[in-house]
Design a protein around this ligand. Structure first.
Ligand code: GDP
Ligand code: MG
Length: 348
């Protein structure tokens, strides 16, 4: 299969990052899989494997990225600036962002019509989609197994205003038909969601059975098939699909604007509190507490907003910042003690 650059999602956003000279001498290629020592790419010359290099590692190259390459066998010279970037906080002590999927158009947030369904978790994904600059679409799977699948749909519509939701049976032929509005030629979509919600089943349904090979399906210790690596697959419609390994919980990173967008009702209310530094607890003239009292705002929604804000502030703060903050507090504390001593001295 040969692809043109537009087939692969190359657009003016990327082209504008190349000088005419670079456009003549370098070859843009799209990253379809990232492994520890190499990356798999697709370009006008077909599929090529490129060794991991400092250029790629420093840019934290991700599935969906565009890289400029030179030579044959090709080497990457630069990673192009992303059009959109779905990020999370990487595992580990140091607060750094990890890209889950680069340059996508739509984030399919997959959840199922059973006990896995959780509004706080969905809000978290929608926040990340907003921050990334991509459209969130909630995909509710296992509609065929639920007694009242419509209840789940209602809940999404009630809590996530303006977010499109599709209810389906991932094991049927419904996925391609219901998700087709987002699967146009050259578009890129990614699937996120907890383990077991049906991401691989959806991937199989959308790509056509049997296309999935290589690292996406490897046996885990119990002999089950699990998704182990992120990969980008072509769909019959001409779109691209990125499957991701199941995440127990998406760790947010640097999502302040995303939180504001999803909780804009609370942000608007906060703007009308009597005090600009209102903590929305017991202050007089608090518009948020008033809205809770008159039934306009659910107290649990306020809790979820607070939790995401706290978590974002904590995760986004770098280790250096945390050290500086703790030094600052220690200094304040010692100064406070010294002042207190001095004051006491005045009185004695
Ligand atoms: N009946 C039914 N089963 C589903 C549906 N979606 C997923 N499953 C099943 O749920 C299990 C987990 O699905 P899988 O795609 O591996 O989930 P993943 O961990 O998100 O990739 C598999 O046994 C699927 O066959 C659905 O819509 N209806
Ligand atoms: Mg899977």
């Amino acid at each position: 299969m040969t692809y043109t650059l537009p087939d692969l999602g190359f657009s003016a956003h990327f082209q504008s990052q190349l000088t005419p000279d670079e456009f003549d001498t370098l070859t843009p290629r799209r990253v379809v899989e990232v492994q520890r020592t190499l990356i798999h790419t697709l370009g006008e010359g077909g599929a090529k494997t490129i060794p991991m290099s400092p250029v790629l590692a420093d840019a934290r190259v991700a599935v969906g990225d565009w890289v400029l390459t030179a030579g044959d066998p090709p080497l990457a010279t630069r990673v192009l600036e992303r059009r959109s970037d779905v990020k999370r906080r990487a595992a580990g002590d140091v607060a750094i962002a990890q890209s889950i999927a680069a340059n996508i158009d739509t984030l399919f947030i997959v959840t199922s019509c059973n006990q896995e369904f959780n509004i706080a978790r969905l809000e978290r994904y929608v926040v990340v989609a907003h921050q990334a600059g991509v459209e969130p679409v909630v995909v509710l799977t296992k509609a065929d197994l639920a007694d009242n699948p419509g209840d789940y749909l209602d809940q999404v519509q009630r809590h996530l205003k303006g977010v499109i939701v599709e209810l389906l049976n991932a094991t049927s032929s419904e996925p391609s038909a219901k998700l087709s509005p987002w699967l146009g030629k050259g578009r890129t979509v990614a699937l996120v969601g907890s383990s077991g919600v049906g991401k691989t089943t959806l991937t199989n349904a959308l790509t056509g059975q049997g296309l999935l090979t290589r690292s996406i399906r490897e046996d885990d210790a119990e002999g089950r098939h699990t998704t182990t690596a992120r990969s980008m697959y072509p769909l019959p419609s001409g779109a691209w699909l990125i499957d991701t390994p199941g995440m127990r919980e998406l760790q947010i990173y640097d999502v302040a604007e995303g939180v504001e967008a999803v909780f804009d009702d609370i942000v608007t209310l906060a703007g009308t509190c009597r005090f600009t530094d209102c903590q929305h607890d017991t202050e007089p003239g608090c518009a948020i507490q008033a809205a809770i009292d008159n039934g306009q705002l659910d107290a649990r929604r306020l809790d979820r907003w607070r939790k995401l804000q706290r978590e974002d502030a904590f995760n986004t703060q770098s280790v250096a910042e945390r050290r500086a903050e703790s030094r600052r507090l220690n200094k304040l504390y010692s100064e406070g003690k010294a002042n207190l001593k001095r004051k006491r001295g005045d009185f004695i």
